[in-house]
Ligand binder design. Sequence first.
Ligand SMILES: Nc1ncnc2c1ncn2[C@@H]1O[C@H](COP(=O)(O)OP(=O)(O)OP(=O)(O)O)[C@@H](O)[C@H]1O
Length: 289
Amino acid sequence: MNLANIFTYENLVHLGDILIIWFVLYNVANWVRGTRAMQLVRGIVILIFVRLIAWWFGFDTVSWILDQVINWGPIALVVLFQQEIRRALENLGTKSFFRPSGPSVPSEEIVMTALDQALPYLSRRRIGALIAIEQETSLAEIIETGITLDAQVSSALLINTFIPNTPLHDGAAIINGDRLEAATAYLPLSSNPSTSKDLGTRHRAGLGLAESTDAIVIIVSEETGEVSIAHKGVLYRSLKPEKYDQFLRDRLIPENEKNRSAVFSNLASWIAGSAKKKHDQDNSKKENS
Ligand SMILES: Nc1ncnc2c1ncn2[C@@H]1O[C@H](COP(=O)(O)OP(=O)(O)OP(=O)(O)O)[C@@H](O)[C@H]1O
């Protein structure tokens, strides 16, 4: 086979064409994942599936109705999803869209280090705090209710955000990846009637977000300094530092990261052990001679 026949101008154009489509679909899928639009995609797939069944069995009326929905649906979608479409187009022009992925320090480690230092500080001084960490479900709508920060997460920034009587201290701080996206965000209050009556609004707001999304929400009580975590509709109250640290590590750090850290620490202790053994052997040889 002649390679020159493969690398023709037409074939390279086709390859470029495929790569562009792949890039667009990949980014659309990433954007849609965990947002309201995901349910919409499911709805569209079901509609197409039902339309195919109607065509197969020859249900003319069902087919006609579905055809009307499919023809006019896009206009309804633009009206219903105008906010999301606007946000997507705005994102297209920001640097974050092209930000290279895979920072040298994993974002989960950056967030864990910041929390490890900030939470004991806030807790000891009884500084009330509400911190939501975005997971699969997008918190874009919640972020819009607050003041945008888009800064790298650090313990100093988290602590400063919640210092009482400063402009950012009220409401919730939202973390996405290793970015502190916003502060003063408003969270939906828990609608669960069985929640304890002694819960104040900070805790109710934390639980509310954990009921409607998969975010991990950390609450530091202003009254007691106790740290609680709300996740998947459950409020874990008054956690000791080892407990909340373990809880966060288990949920934030992916298994492969943990394994990689374990491999590196095993390797490091093996190298340190071998060096010590050799050092001891050299010393005993010197003493014997
Ligand atoms: N819906 C909400 N979204 C975000 N933050 C909220 C919301 N509701 C209340 N807060 C925050 O909680 C603070 C009030 O906390 P409140 O004392 O009522 O709650 P609490 O659960 O008893 O907490 P604490 O133990 O810290 O007193 C507000 O100043 C605000 O910062």
